[in-house]
Design a protein around this ligand. Structure first.
Ligand code: ADP
Ligand code: MG
Length: 199
């Protein structure tokens, strides 16, 4: 079973990798965006870890809804409301249980990803974070490590696609040949989940 500490470890592991990879995320956002994705998420996850330390929520749902609220209020750009919705909706689906199973987490995360698709209107293949998140949720039933590998593969597979959503869609065909920054950060989020699970 997964308790609030597991979810806290997920968020702090993600914050650490976002810190490490911030320059890379911003560099990916430079040719097909406005070169702010790394700094956006760094600001957001710094706020997430600070809020978790201060408020110390006692349930998995509490950790994720607090994290989602922080991302919505601190991350500028498209990715803030989208990641915020992902975590808030996932947290809401987990309810107020003290511990949840991996199966419950998988179903909750699926609800979270569905909410991101509803909010942003992106489908798989549009070259967004969805291209990493959907395969990750599909593989999560197998293992955390499988989810991490699927997210990473999904992010890499955005390279030959033309963007149909978000700022990258403005550059049209010139988005082809660049890996999507949001799919790349989503792979970091799922890697953080695997790290929290010790996989
Ligand atoms: P902005 O584009 O406002 O500068 P960021 O640079 O922080 O925001 O985030 C860009 C990322 O957000 C993209 O790489 C993409 O993965 C994701 N994104 C943008 N629009 C959408 C959308 N409608 N649905 C899903 N993801 C999106
Ligand atoms: Mg940007």
């Amino acid at each position: 079973m997964l308790d609030a500490d597991f979810f806290r470890r997920w968020m702090t592991a993600t914050a650490a990798s976002v810190d490490r990879e911030a320059e890379r995320l911003t560099a990916l956002d430079s040719p097909i965006g406005d070169a702010d994705h790394g700094s956006n998420l760094q600001r957001g996850f710094t706020a997430v870890t600070a809020a978790l330390e201060k408020e110390s929520p006692g349930t998995p749902g509490g950790v994720l809804t607090l994290a989602g609220r922080q991302l919505i209020s601190t991350v500028g750009g498209a990715s803030g409301p989208l990641y915020g919705t992902l975590l808030r909706r996932t947290g809401k689906a987990l309810g107020d249980a003290d511990e949840v199973s991996a199966e419950q987490l998988t179903e909750a995360l699926r609800a979270g990803v569905d909410a991101v698709m509803t909010l942003g209107g992106a489908a798989p293949g549009d070259k967004t974070m969805i291209d990493a998140l959907v395969p990750a949720v599909d593989a999560l039933g197998e293992s955390f490590a499988a989810a991490r590998a699927a997210a990473e593969e999904g992010a890499v597979a955005t390279t030959p696609l033309q963007a149909r959503k978000g700022r990258a869609s403005y550059v049209g065909e010139r988005s082809i040949g660049h890996q999507d920054p949001g799919a790349t950060s989503s792979a970091l989020l799922i890697a953080g989940l695997a790290e929290a699970a010790g996989e």
